[in-house]
Design a binder for this molecule. Structure first.
Ligand SMILES: *[C@@H]1O[C@H](CO)[C@@H](O)[C@H](O)[C@H]1NC(C)=O
Length: 315
């Protein structure tokens, strides 16, 4: 399977039509230029056309209808430097879609419908230095979704649904110079503390850093993220006191003992109650005889006892 996957490009390249002067075919839907630009944008495409020009350096596929990128979608274009996939309604990218794009420098995935990415999707893009994910529906960003992208300098994340970003994301982008973050509903709780810290020391790398506002919690609503001090997150990192440790350690054994004691007390009560009931039952049988007198039945015959109902003690 893997073998044939790698063999496929070779077979296709060898079997490609070769006409003198123009050895590589240009798909009928696209316009191919001598300088390596292949323009397939706005052609109502639903899938990546089969482009067999290994000299292709710029591939424009924007404004089409590709909602999914399959594995190895660009495997035949190892020299590609720039790939534009904006405005496609892209919902899903296969984790191996970008295989073979080892020299790609610029990837535009803006204005699509991406909600999540599979970890490792961008790993083949070792040379990437510009990535746009602007205008998608990303709600969070996991460190493994993006990085490591050691050469990435420009990252656009504006106009998504991001409410937080874990510390690991930026740690894996050591060359980052420009980060676009505006147009996201940032929630300024503990999970965003590392981003706020990063913003304070890298303000000049974030266009419009002063206008990045928190949408919640209430006490920080509409506060600029870059102006939130470390003190605001003090409650997140409060270390446990020795007393906290004692309570946490003892909680388990103590609750076990408490439940044992509870069972013991409950059992004792039930036993005591049953014993008392037994006693009362014996007592009722003993006091059968005096009952007629107390009811004032003076003319009761000697055998009246037999007529009286047995007092019931079953409560
Ligand atoms: C690519 O083709 C489209 C449609 O013909 C055109 O509008 C666009 O300007 C072209 N892009 C470039 C960079 O040449």
């Amino acid at each position: 399977m893997t073998f044939s996957f790698f063999l496929l490009p070779l077979v296709l390249i060898l079997s490609a039509p070769s006409t003198p002067g123009s050895p590589w075919s240009c798909p009928s839907e696209c316009v191919c230029r001598q300088d390596g630009q292949v323009n397939c944008s706005g052609r109502e495409l639903h899938s990546v056309p089969r482009i067999l020009d290994p000299g292709a350096q710029v591939l424009l596929l924007g404004h089409n209808h590709m909602d999914f990128l399959p594995p190895g979608a660009f495997i035949l274009l190892p020299g590609l430097l720039s790939l534009d996939l904006q405005c496609n309604g892209l919902q899903r990218i296969h984790v191996h879609a970008f295989w073979g794009l080892g020299v790609l420098k610029s990837l535009d995935l803006s204005a699509n419908a991406l909600q999540a990415l599979e970890p490792g999707t961008f790993w083949p893009l070792r040379a990437l230095h510009t990535l746009s994910l602007a205008g998608n529906r990303l709600m969070c960003l996991e460190p493994a979704w993006l990085g490591p992208l050691l050469l990435l300098q420009n990252l656009s994340l504006q106009d998504n649904l991001l409410s937080s970003m874990g510390s690991g994301v930026l740690d894996r982008l050591p060359s980052l110079r420009v980060l676009n973050l505006h147009g996201n509903p940032w929630v300024c709780d503990c999970s965003i503390s590392s981003l706020c810290r990063w913003l304070r020391s890298h303000k000049h790398q974030v266009p419009g850093a002063e206008s990045l506002l928190c949408v919640s919690p209430d006490r920080l609503t509409l506060r600029p993220m870059a102006a939130i001090t470390e003190a605001s997150f003090h409650y997140c990192t409060q270390p446990l006191t020795p007393w906290d440790m004692v309570v946490i350690t003892m909680l388990g054994p103590l609750s076990f003992l408490a439940s044992l004691a509870g069972c013991f007390i409950f059992g004792s009560l039930v036993t005591a109650f049953q014993a008392q009931r037994k006693n009362r039952s014996v007592h009722c049988h003993r006091v059968k005889r005096p009952i007629p007198q107390t009811l004032g039945l003076a003319d009761a015959s000697e055998n009246s006892t037999t007529n009286f109902p047995t007092p019931s003690c079953s409560l």
